[in-house]
Design a protein around this ligand. Structure first.
Ligand code: PBG
Ligand code: ZN
Length: 325
């Protein structure tokens, strides 16, 4: 029996019978990886989050494993000088993400390594695809995303996560992986990814703010929810193993709707950089206690129907759940 609603119940009983419980195993912790050595640099406006070179990244990992966080999502932040028209740094086998994957797998083979597959950190335009004449081209971008996913898989990634919001990206990636013997590599599709103002600290971390225009031609309009269902449906059809709703806190209704329509699909929700920064800033301003707000919001995301929560709070929340201050 769950959810013993008795006003006389003790806190202990309420804790025991709560319907929703967040666990360290639910979390994915994002990391920003950058070329070089001995680099661990803070990111402006992104409290507690750093850019790591691969050698420093593997030094950080014991600190997350200690609290039971064993899934990471890698974002490459290449040097400015490496950016070009086709985002060649993204699909290079010797690029920053493959290098980081190999380093992690060398020391921590059991960690689940998820890699973000996109072009925005690698293109001069800062857009998630190939640009011609001021337009982001969907179909021309697909082979580049496929090659990027293949480079990550070849380096040892367990799951690739296409985030470019190009139609057909899951299909293109599934095909190239299978053709090259990586049929065991899974795909986490950023299916319902909205054009949101809540990605600010992330774009600072990635230096991936578009040089012109915005991402509204390929990311979703926040006024639409039925469209999210179509995106999810299409990605599942194309072979996604897990789908995602992003952002999370402001999109609990979308999480709920996807869960209701697909009771069995593994569902991830991305509590994004701006949502994280908002809680940090409000807590600092004395609006609420940070830990209480963090737990309430992350629990709400799971209660809405997410199985997996990608969050910059992963380590802090896991530490708290484990009983450490
Ligand atoms: C880019 C990408 C973004 C995020 C994840 N992948 C930013 C964007 O679409 O502009 C945002 C994550 C966050 O804010 O934490 N493909
Ligand atoms: Zn992108």
């Amino acid at each position: 029996m769950k959810h013993l609603r008795d006003k006389r119940a003790t806190q202990k009983i309420r804790d025991k019978y709560a319907e929703t419980r967040i666990l360290a195993a639910d979390f994915v912790y994002p990391y920003f990886v950058t070329p070089g050595k001995k680099i661990k640099e803070a990111i402006k406006g992104f409290e507690g989050i750093n850019r790591f070179s691969p050698d420093m990244l593997v030094k950080d990992i014991p600190g997350i494993l200690k609290y039971g966080v064993d899934k990471v999502l890698l974002f490459g932040t290449p040097d400015e000088s490496e950016k070009d028209e086709t985002g060649s740094g993204a699909y290079s086998g010797t690029g920053i993400v493959p290098a980081a994957v190999r380093e992690i797998k060398k020391y921590f083979p059991k960690i689940t390594v998820i890699t973000d597959v996109c072009m925005c950190a690698y293109t001069k335009s800062g857009h998630c695809g190939i640009v011609r004449g001021g337009t982001v081209l969907n179909d021309e971008t697909l082979p580049y995303l496929a090659k990027t996913a293949l480079a990550h898989a070849a380096a040892g990634a367990d799951i690739v996560a296409p985030s470019a919001m190009m139609d057909g990206q899951v299909d293109a990636i599934r095909k190239i992986l299978d053709k090259n013997g990586f049929d065991n590599v899974k795909i986490l599709a950023y299916s319902a990814k909205y054009a949101s103002c809540l990605y600010g600290p992330f774009r600072e971390a990635e230096k991936s703010t578009p040089s012109f225009g915005d991402r509204k031609s390929y990311q979703m309009d926040y006024r639409n929810s039925k469209e999210a269902m179509l995106e999810v449906k299409e990605d599942i059809k194309e072979g996604a193993d897990m789908v995602m709703v992003k952002p999370a806190h402001a999109y609990l209704d979308i999480i709920r709707a996807v869960r209701a329509a697909y009771p069995k699909i593994p569902l991830a929700a991305y509590h994004v950089s701006g949502e994280y920064a908002m809680l940090k800033a409000a807590a600092r301003a004395g609006v609420f206690d940070e830990k209480a707000a963090m737990m309430e919001v992350l629990t709400a995301i799971k209660r809405a129907g997410a199985d997996t929560i990608i969050t910059y709070f992963a380590v802090e929340a896991a530490r708290l759940i484990g009983g450490k201050k």
